[in-house]
Write a protein that binds this ligand. Sequence first.
Ligand SMILES: Cc1cc2nc3c(=O)[nH]c(=O)nc-3n(C[C@H](O)[C@H](O)[C@H](O)COP(=O)(O)O)c2cc1C
Length: 480
Amino acid sequence: MIDTSAFKAVVGRFATGVTVVTTRDGQGNLAGLTANAFASVSVDPPMVLVCLDDGSQTYRHLKDAGSFAVHILAEGQEHLARRFADARRDKSLLVDWRVGDHGTPSLRHCLASMECRVVHQYRGGDHVIVVGEVERLHVDPEQDKPLLYYRGALGGLTLIRLRSGEREISWGGATQDAQRAAWSEEFTTATGITVVQEGPTDYDDFREAVRRDACRFDLLDVEADFAYRAAAEGLLEPLDFSIIDRTRLDPEFVFDHGAACFQFALVLACNEEAYPRRGPECWADLLNTRRFPGRRALYRAPSPGALEAALLADGVAAGELYPLDLPRAFAALDRVRDELVFWSYGAESQRMLATGDVSMGMFWHNRIYDLMKERAPVRMVWREHLAMVSYLVVPRGVENRRAVMNFIAHALSAGSQARFANLASIGPVNPAAMERLDPEVAPHLPTSHHDERVSLDLEWWARHGAEVAELWKAWLPAEK
Ligand SMILES: Cc1cc2nc3c(=O)[nH]c(=O)nc-3n(C[C@H](O)[C@H](O)[C@H](O)COP(=O)(O)O)c2cc1C
């Protein structure tokens, strides 16, 4: 009896290109899946075959449509390969497609594509071999290299950011762009390993995938409470400190299963036009609507920050925040409930504050600094800022272990850390990066406001995060 994963490991040693097979669903919209079981069959007449899982949605639609298109992906189109390999996604979202000459939805800008009419189908175990006669060909002259697939990897590592709340991050959010420029590009030049960025996903999906031994990611960039929780649940690979030099990192920011990769802060910020004379100066002012009228913005996700700010505002000393007095924190927030507005991702928070839609609130420091650089009328308060770090963690059982550890070592090096800090206005974790910071940027980083910070107990959050999330969701006002 052949074990399925052993079989996959063997056939995965056959290097292939990658295609996306598309067809029309019942409404004429695009359906499709990523497939590497593709071959040409006959030259005259021109025929190709694809081998499709008979349980896939794409095959179900293809049977009814009687036609399909095959797109050979180009180098750099990993995002399409991943999008079309995930059955749960709305595949047409953010994908550039049009209806082809023969009525089949087709993707633009692939290496080459062909529209086919189904002429034969043969059952092969749990798959169906679909043979199509090619009716139309297209080659994109702008593309010349194929995307390759070997041993389960699309040419490199997948760095993913989880639970960032920054929806735009997987399509070029500023932080992820900076990670690419500051960490990945040089790593790829040095090693030939490309780093594909994706995200965000969420904790439950990640846990499920690791437990089923089916995690598609090599490396995750996660909030600290996630890192501690995942380590406690046995979902992470221990870091290899023979490759990552632990002694060069701030000990506060490394543990056996994770290494912080940058520091950021949750700050109080206001729109100066709302308070031309004197603006808010501490979290107590966030709750003081008499003195500081106007709407306030908070992060919608149930993550560390808002509850701590509410307790500080209510008079709890910074050193006595934990364990969080949850009833007291929610009661404090209830005092301004009618004035609260919630943001889900960074760009949304910026829009709210810069347009004056809200007068003040809690924000990520780098987002406010970005607005300041654009001369928006905003101001941030470093006093009592809540210090956060983001961690790099590795899923248990990762295949490319050595490459991932090398990547982490590279991302945490002084040069990479300084480059990232200067590009993204986010604090470095490697002390040796400090002297390489751009003097324009340095005053706006948490590292220059160390004395004004309030530390969060992220281990407390790792233990109680799930319970807090339930309470937070129940308390959260309905979306307006
Ligand atoms: C590199 C790669 C190659 C794949 N090749 C095939 C294939 O040849 N045939 C297939 O049915 N599924 C293949 N898959 C899996 C499908 O893309 C995946 O099951 C998809 O989610 C099915 O989506 P659907 O149910 O919306 O049609 C492949 C996935 C990857 C990542």
